[in-house]
Design a protein around this ligand. Structure first.
Ligand SMILES: C[S@@+](CC[C@H](N)C(=O)[O-])C[C@H]1O[C@@H](n2cnc3c(N)ncnc32)[C@H](O)[C@@H]1O
Length: 211
């Protein structure tokens, strides 16, 4: 485990997780409804404590959800069990396709480009500066042709200095636009713990370009 990943585990262990609302993300609910997304194979990047992965499983998706924090994943597995649904929660570094493949084990070959829906609430904006090419390699491996991808990230129009890393619309286009067609980028507010209105973000709707 790198020191960055240990840092995430530490934050979950100490409860220093303002993003961890425990509430299903409204943007996810809206997107699935507005875009009439049919249940299929879904992959969540940086699933944290699993609230949204469990929601997807409850709505008929076959979910694989990855995070680097074992502490968060233990909470996610417990929530899934208590909710009576199954999601495959894996511990992996999403910037390393080798690590993702190793973690998926014997399932890996059958899962390549099998995910028709990808969801990310707050992971891309952390990883893009650490290892964008590694993350893009993983996304390319995961996403089925024409897969839909909903990515939520920090918005530079947020006045507060604290909060999630900020990404400009131009950066979204230049970094993700090669693999994905950017369909819409809209401003929204994250919800923080306790349902408190959190920082301004971008909700970015994408479709994987045909290969
Ligand atoms: C801002 S949190 C968002 C968590 C969750 N999506 C949510 O909304 O509650 C970012 C998440 O990305 C995870 N993460 C950070 N670096 C990672 C990496 N290299 N591979 C996998 N997960 C990572 C962290 O452990 C953390 O759970």
């Amino acid at each position: 485990m790198t020191s960055k990943m240990a840092h995430w585990d530490q934050r979950y262990q100490t409860g220093d997780t303002p993003w961890d609302s425990g509430i299903v993300e409204r943007e996810l609910v809206r997107f699935l409804q507005d875009e009439s997304i049919s249940p299929g194979q879904a992959f969540e990047l940086g699933c944290g404590a699993g609230t949204n992965a469990v929601y997807l499983a409850q709505n008929g998706f076959q979910v694989v959800a990855a995070d680097c924090s074992e502490f968060a994943l233990e909470r996610a597995r417990k929530t899934a069990t208590e909710s009576g649904v199954y999601s495959n929660f894996i511990k992996a570094d999403l910037c390393s396709l080798t690590d993702v493949g190793r973690t998926l084990g014997s399932d890996a070959a059958s899962l390549q480009q099998s995910f028709s829906f990808l969801f990310d609430r707050g992971c891309f904006h952390c990883l893009r500066k650490l290892n964008l090419s590694g993350l893009m390699e993983t996304l390319e491996w995961l996403a089925a042709p024409h897969a839909r991808f909903l990515m939520l990230c920090g918005n530079p129009n947020e006045q507060s200095e604290s909060g999630p890393p900020k990404v400009t619309e131009e950066q979204i286009h230049s970094e993700l636009g090669g693999l994905f067609e950017i369909k819409a980028i809209r401003a929204f507010h994250f919800e923080d713990r306790g349902g408190i209105t959190g920082p301004l973000g971008w909700s970015c709707e994408m479709t994987r370009r045909s290969t």
